[in-house]
Design a binder for this molecule. Structure first.
Ligand SMILES: NC(=O)c1ccc[n+]([C@@H]2O[C@H](COP(=O)([O-])OP(=O)(O)OC[C@H]3O[C@@H](n4cnc5c(N)ncnc54)[C@H](OP(=O)(O)O)[C@@H]3O)[C@@H](O)[C@H]2O)c1
Length: 252
């Protein structure tokens, strides 16, 4: 039996993933779960919760860790004063991946990325606030890519297509929501992209996307990522500073 950890297991795509792995030792984590057996309460905006989660999963020999959470919040900050989307979408998933790989370098990590990163910038104060989602997803992808230097062939990337969900509806106006409902991907097909990515030998400069038009829906295929995901020095410095500040504050 494999041990699978799913962060964001209560969401639309996460629930399809959890259902696919129901016969494995599947550990689910999200904000709305109460800690009990294989369910773990995890709030990615709270560094204490992130550290407790790392401690909990470190007792397991993890085969696959799915980083599948995602959020879009306007003008919100964490209790430690960091921009909320940045902490939840980028810093915390990266920090968890880094700590898990330090202990278990052969664990496979699958990141649910997003095609929206193709139009994103590494910028945390966008004029149009909705861009913070894609910008923080790009930074998340870049941070994971950075870890590949130390752990080659351990990190896999997938875009699940456009799936009707709380998150995708929160990012779009009513006409686009309707379009997503009519032409978007199903949650199972979205989850399939992630499952397929987890079975690949490597994901160097590639990701798994649905093969249909605009990668909206369809069966998974491997595709080259048509943009650079290398992080700017400014972002790398911000992450190092944040890591130091939080570890000092919480005595890690
Ligand atoms: N839907 C799409 O079209 C689409 C397209 C491209 C990429 N994606 C990516 O797919 C992934 C899943 O998204 P989805 O569409 O399934 O959205 P969703 O239904 O809104 O699910 C989001 C998940 O993230 C968890 N989450 C949010 N904030 C959290 C926090 N502070 N701490 C811990 N967990 C948190 C939520 O759980 P709680 O609320 O219980 O905490 C939920 O399980 C995300 O990474 C998203 O960026 C989605």
């Amino acid at each position: 039996m494999k041990t699978i950890v799913i962060i964001g297991s209560t969401g639309t795509i996460g629930s399809a993933l959890a259902s696919y792995f129901k016969n494995e030792n599947c550990i689910e984590a999200s904000r709305s779960l109460k800690t009990k057996e294989n369910k773990v309460h995890l709030d990615l905006s709270d560094f204490r919760s992130v550290c407790d989660f790392i401690k909990r999963i470190s007792i397991e020999k993890i085969d696959i860790l799915f980083l599948n959470s995602g959020v879009f919040e306007e003008k919100k900050y964490t209790q430690d004063g960091y921009e909320y989307n940045f902490m939840v979408n980028a810093f915390s998933p990266y920090y968890i991946a880094k700590r898990v790989l330090e202990l278990q370098p052969d664990c496979r990590i699958v990141l649910t990325s997003s095609i929206s990163i193709l139009h994103a910038k590494q910028e945390l104060n966008p004029k149009n606030w909705k861009r913070i989602y894609r910008n923080t997803k790009l930074i998340e992808h870049g941070l994971l890519k950075n870890l590949e230097g130390l752990y080659p062939n351990s990190i896999f990337y997938a875009h699940p297509g456009i799936v009707p969900s709380r998150l995708s509806f929160g990012l779009h106006a009513v006409p686009t929501r309707r379009f997503i409902q009519l032409f978007g991907n199903t949650l199972e097909a979205g989850a399939n992209c992630l499952i397929y990515a987890s079975s690949l030998p490597s994901c160097k400069n590639t990701w798994v996307v649905p093969r249909g038009i605009f990668n909206l829906r369809g069966r998974p295929k491997v595709k080259k990522i048509k943009r650079s995901v290398l992080l700017k020095d400014e972002i790398k410095k911000t992450i190092i500073k944040m890591e130091k500040e939080l570890e000092e504050k919480y005595g890690i």
